[in-house]
Design a protein around this ligand. Sequence first.
Ligand code: KG4
Ligand code: ZN
Length: 341
Amino acid sequence: MKQMVLGIESSCDETSAAIIEDNVVLSNIVSSQEIHAKFGGVVPELASRAHIRLITMIIDQALKKAGVDKSDLTGIAVTHGPGLVGALLVGLSFGKGLSTALKIPFIGINHIEGHIYGNFLTNPQINFPHLCLIVSGGHTQIVLMERHLDYQIIGKTRDDAVGEAFDKGSKLLGLGYPGGPLIDNLSKKGNDSFHTFPRAVLKNGPFDFSYSGLKTSLLVYIESRGKTFVQKHLSDICASYQKAAIEVLVKKTIRAAMEYNVKSVGIAGGVAANSLLRSWMAEEIKNLNKNFYVPGMSYCTDNAAMIARAGVERFKHGMTSPLDLNAFPSLPLESIENLNV
Ligand code: KG4
Ligand code: ZN
């Protein structure tokens, strides 16, 4: 049976709704809350209130653009963690209410699982075992998948996420928020060997990451050189900082791909939009003779199509969630045992 799933995403500062029919995206509406830019980061209460204001309109737009009536929906998939609890509750409560009214199944989706499945929207042919590097504002993880809905976390950050390193670095450099796209763009005109920022070497946990030292080294560098110097060499500093952040991701992912002998490698999450990460990883994986899959740009940063796609996968395996499902700010990514296939 074909599935027509409404996805809802409200875990942070994007209010998003999407309709997908199996693997085909019929609409994917994303509203990025601009209110946070002037604070240099997301303000949780403002995010929840903005979700409340936007969600009905965004869902209506998603249905209209898809040319789908509510009565055509076969299920609803909603992010229920990890994320900001007040923000998550908006989408979650709306999704539960709608599923009750329409008498259709509802499923809670882990946001990270959503990011992984965003890549399957662009690349349905992804083959297993698959290694996925998840890089976002809140997460930096390497996940091994032997099959659908099966996750083994083989490495993760011990402190900041790489997206945070971009956002905080951008703030220190006097640029805006979110910092990733701004640093990425400025780096294109810069010399990435201008300064050598540190790459964290961890004694144990060969696939773990650490980004707090990188951010501190930028702060020390800016303070030692002064504002005028930093302004004059902004692109060079961005390029050097970006190279340090990305090099560790590429090296560790490549090493993990060899050690676990996977067939394919993917990247997911907001930082997967980074141009250096995409090109550098593509180059290295070509040498390994494995497949490399990247999500389309619109499926990198937060969006509801990826949540709907993960929902399709779970519905396909006979899964649904109870209506008392809660929102969890630190929801872990868990494998599904004994899949009903
Ligand atoms: O996945 P996402 O939209 O939200 C979270 O789940 O966190 O990721 C947002 C993160 C931000 O830290 C943003 O700066 C980063 O993704 N980002 C980038 C780029 N585009 C977005 N980082 C580096 N280069 C980019 N082009
Ligand atoms: Zn995300």
